[in-house]
Design a protein around this ligand. Structure first.
Ligand code: HEM
Ligand code: HEM
Length: 163
């Protein structure tokens, strides 16, 4: 019986064998979109909760445009995370690399997406208030989780210990 050898020049059909590192354009786009999400959320928080409301103006226009920007970036981040599932998460998970902080990132994204959905559709005001606090509390913590994830990841660790 003749054995067919795998051709090393052909791309592997198994996602588990793929590269884990994000291509530079994908890493830059992801970081820019996440920064935009945090910034637009923070701007809304400042105008809605911190600055005193002016009776003659109603809500400040910045509240509306920051949420419009936020909703658009939320759609973009879901596309980017969807791409990451196949090209980054699956191969890293199979090789047991960075599972702890990666799992935290995935969990945070899932909770942010579910609470973002509820912010559109939750009917009762008290439920909406609780969901809102959970959403933006976790959202503000996201940069810390991402920094933890990136610094615990292979490339940064390897560069650090090489010095
Ligand atoms: C939504 C979830 C996730 C996001 C946004 C994310 C994002 C990132 C980013 C920006 C980096 C640094 C850039 C790079 O090294 O390519 C990175 C590195 C890394 N991530 Fe994730 N990640 C996520 C989930 C996961 C999960 C679930 C795992 C593991 C099962 C994982 C494993 C790794 C590893 C091993 C590295 C280091 C790669 C290297 O430099 O060699 N990630 N991640
Ligand atoms: C996976 C990431 C995220 C998704 C999918 C997401 C999604 C959403 C959606 C759909 C809304 C409702 C928009 C509207 O009512 O017009 C929202 C509101 C909001 N988001 Fe996010 N978001 C994410 C990350 C973040 C981050 C990182 C922050 C950081 C501060 C944040 C802060 C906020 C705030 C303050 C609001 C307004 C809350 C309210 O209306 O009571 N979000 N988000």
């Amino acid at each position: 019986m003749t054995r067919v050898m795998a051709d090393p020049d052909l791309p592997s059909r198994s996602a588990a064998a793929g590269p884990i590192r994000l291509p530079p354009w994908q890493e830059a786009t992801l970081l820019a979109v996440l920064a935009g999400l945090v910034a637009s959320g923070a701007i809304w928080l400042v105008y809605h909760h911190l600055l005193p409301a002016r009776a003659d103006m109603g809500t400040h226009p910045a509240e509306a445009w920051s949420l419009r920007l936020h909703g658009g970036l939320a759609m973009a981040v879901l596309v980017l995370v969807g791409m990451l599932l196949a090209s980054h998460v699956l191969p890293a998970w199979r090789r047991r690399l960075n599972r702890g902080s990666g799992g935290l990132m995935l969990g945070a994204m899932a909770v942010l997406t579910a609470t973002g959905y509820l912010l559109y559709y939750a009917g009762s005001p008290s439920l909406r208030d609780a969901v809102s606090a959970l959403h933006w509390g976790l959202g503000l913590a996201l940069p810390v989780l991402l920094a933890l994830h990136m610094t615990r990841g292979g490339r940064w660790k390897r560069n650090f210990f090489r010095q």
